[in-house]
Design a protein around this ligand. Structure first.
Ligand code: FAD
Length: 265
């Protein structure tokens, strides 16, 4: 299996980097091929701007969606973005690894997504009509591949529990898991999250490393998060509302988009 790790931490001696090395070692020992996009080491440019679209005339207004569409279809994306797209098409599994910063991914990784997930590649794919609203949420360019988050969080696990003050971790990661990874077609595996990371010692590191090794060993067999498919009949099209009979009256929230949400509520 080919595995791409997109890694976002500025410090090569960080806890995140140590955990990344553990994952790489385990994957390679199992015979997998691993490539790493170390965004800080690559000095990744994180913001979308005119420099991303060299074919745009100097006086032409920059409309990011249109420019992305034009550049992807015309093969005029910048070389750094093209290289990342090539890696994504190479990889059977994508791992995004990052420390949780302000309840989200670090800006450099968000900027990687913004620039690499181009129109026609990760979004704007397929027929958009009253009958079909594109190939996304379970379909799309990256269908048949797996993706997973590896996250370190300073907060306690309890603080991210269903009644924890930070909000449930599955809710906080939903925009990434569902909105960024499931959207272009990935089967998304449950995330690996390590908590209370600012108080790590050798014993805790070894425990986290062993859990991560286990997740790497089961990468090919772990059951993905059972998100509903957009075009699987559960949603009204084009309103993209979940059919009322598939949830309790008045139910709302991210869990609606899990196939077994009604059963578990
Ligand atoms: P490091 O800082 O590199 O290390 C953490 C600890 O682990 C250190 O004590 C270090 O000595 C030890 N360590 C490192 N490597 C090893 C090793 N190999 N073996 C044993 N021990 C080791 N947390 C939240 O929960 N929610 C937030 O919203 C949030 N927002 C943040 C925003 C910012 C801007 C920042 C800077 C931090 C935020 N945090 C938040 C905390 C953040 O998630 C943690 O600092 C981060 O996850 C720690 O991971 P790291 O790789 O940076 O660890």
């Amino acid at each position: 299996m080919n595995v791409l790790i997109v890694f976002a931490h500025p410090e090569p001696k960080s806890l995140s980097a140590s955990l990344r090395d553990v994952a790489v070692q385990e994957l390679e020992a199992a015979g997998h091929t691993v490539r790493i996009s170390d965004l800080h080491a690559m000095r990744w440019k994180s913001e979308i701007d005119r420099a991303d679209f060299p074919s745009l005339a100097p006086d032409e207004r920059l409309i990011p969606v249109a420019a992305s569409k034009h550049a992807f279809s015309g093969d005029t994306l910048t070389d750094d973005v093209k290289a990342e797209i090539e890696k994504l098409l190479w990889a059977d599994t994508l791992i995004l690894q990052f420390p949780l910063w302000w309840f989200a991914m670090p800006a450099i990784l968000k900027g990687w997504v913004d620039r690499v997930f181009a129109y026609g590649f990760a979004y704007g794919v397929g027929e958009h009509s009253d009958k079909r609203w594109g190939d996304r949420y379970g379909e799309g360019t990256l269908v048949g591949r797996r993706a997973m988050l590896v996250v370190t969080a300073g907060g306690w696990e309890e603080h991210y529990a269903p009644r924890g003050i930070n909000g449930p971790i599955d809710d906080l990661l939903f925009p990434i898991n569902h909105g960024i990874l499931y959207y272009p077609g990935y089967d998304v595996l449950p995330p690996f999250v390590t908590y209370s990371t600012d108080r790590f010692d050798d014993a805790r590191f070894e425990a986290a490393a062993e859990s991560l090794r286990d997740r790497m060993r089961t990468l090919e067999t772990t059951y993905p998060i059972p998100y509903r498919r957009q075009n699987g009949g559960d949603y009204h099209i084009p309103a993209m509302q979940l059919r009322s009979e598939l949830s309790e009256p008045g139910a709302s929230g991210f869990a609606l988009h899990l196939k077994d949400a009604a059963a578990s509520s």
